[in-house]
Structure formats: structure tokens, C-alpha cells
Ligand binder design. Sequence first.
Ligand code: HEM
Length: 221
Amino acid sequence: MSKGFSNSSVGRKILMALSGFFLLIFLVQHLVINLISVVSADGFNEVSEFFGTNPVIQYLLQPVLFFGIIFHLIMGMYLDVKNKAARPIKYAMNKPSENASWVSRNMIITGVMVLLFLALHMVHFFFPTINAHYITHEHLDSFEMVASKMANPVYIGIYVAAFVFLGLHLMHGFQSAFQSVGVNHPKYSPIIKKLGTAYAIIVPLGYIFVAVYHYACSFCS
Ligand code: HEM
């Protein structure tokens, strides 16, 4: 990729959209794995073991994922600062509701809320997994790890709130990514908008379902 492309504002928007597409795919993949924990503890442990030990995932896909998250975050903040600087009059003085929706104007807020969740999430699940695989070399019961964390009502509250912010972020982000890569068509754009709304509702609801399911199950035994 030429330096001129990544340095141009169109190029940056396209790169931002591509990292967004990548994260949209990750979110579905992660949800499918999490849903396995609802149907089978052993199945979930087997899939987690595979994802935690497969060299292609460990040494290629996982670093790409973390790079994608950090890139999306830094580029998102950069573009937001540039957009605000380019705007002559502040939205507040300009009847914001007529310019853009709350979600589209507050992508940074919803994005940062998801980021804060991710920090807690890494402490809960990712670091213990890395610790078990590389440092203590102990067998890790991934299902037990999820079930025990999800038994805590405070965590459930934080997780559910984060998934609502994730939904708000996706509500604008999904269609915005298509626009950034040049898909702006009178016939297809309304379909993409509907697909984006469906994605932004169904995927976070799926995560909420998994979290609440494990919380409810903590009362079962
Ligand atoms: C109920 C909801 C969720 C549960 C139970 C859950 C569970 C887990 C578990 C068990 C791991 C460790 C996987 C391993 O390395 O073996 C993990 C990793 C991770 N999760 Fe989640 N997760 C949830 C929601 C989310 C959401 C909404 C996001 C993104 C916004 C997310 C992002 C990540 C990332 C980036 C990793 C580290 C990379 C990886 O191991 O795949 N998670 N999660």
C-alpha cells in the first residue's frame, strides 16, 4: 500500500472501514463460540482449547486481531479530532438532531465504553488463558472460568451495559463502513442500513443472552 493512500483522508477512512469489517466478522465468530457454552460445557472447552493452542490462530490471527482493535481505536480518535477541527460551527449551536443522529455523533463515546469493557474482559478471560497456556501450563477449564465470572451480578451489569454501547456503536458503524469504502447506492444503501440495524441488535442481544444465561445457571445448582 502506498504511503500516499494511508496519508490521505479518504485512504484513512477506508482503512478505518476495513478494520471495522474485520472486527464485525470477529464479533460473529466470538459470539458463535460463546453460544456453544450454552449448549455444551465440553464442546465449549474443546473449541476454546483449539482456539487457544492452534499455531495459526495464536501467531497469526490473534496478533492481527489485536492490531486491528488498536488500529481501529487510534484511527477512530484521529478521524474524530480531524472532523471536529474541520467543522466551523459546533454541532450544539447547529441543531444537532437535524445534522446527524446521537449515535453517529458519539461514536467515540460508545467506542471508549466498549474499550473499557475490553480491558476488564482481558483481565477476566484473556490473561488467565495466556497464563495457563504459557506460564503455569495448567489445564484450563474455560467453561468454569466463564460460568464463575458470569455468576457475579456486578459483572453482569457491566457486561450488559457494555453490550448496549456495542450495539449503539454498531448501529452507525456498520453502514458507515460501507459508505467509507464507496458503497453509496440508492438501491443498496437502504438494504445495508437495514442489515446494519439487524446486526447491531441481534449480535449484542446474543452476547447479553450468553451472559444472562450463565448468571441464571449460577442459581441452578
Ligand atoms: C458474554 C459475552 C462474552 C463472553 C462470555 C466472552 C468470553 C471470552 C473468553 C472465554 C475469552 C478467552 C478465549 C481464549 O483465549 O481462549 C475471550 C477473549 C476475547 N474476547 Fe470475549 N467474551 C464475550 C464478549 C466479548 C465481546 C462483546 C467482545 C468485543 C467487543 C469480546 C472480545 C474478546 C477479545 C478481543 C478476546 C481476546 C482474543 C481471543 O481470545 O479471541 N468478547 N472472551
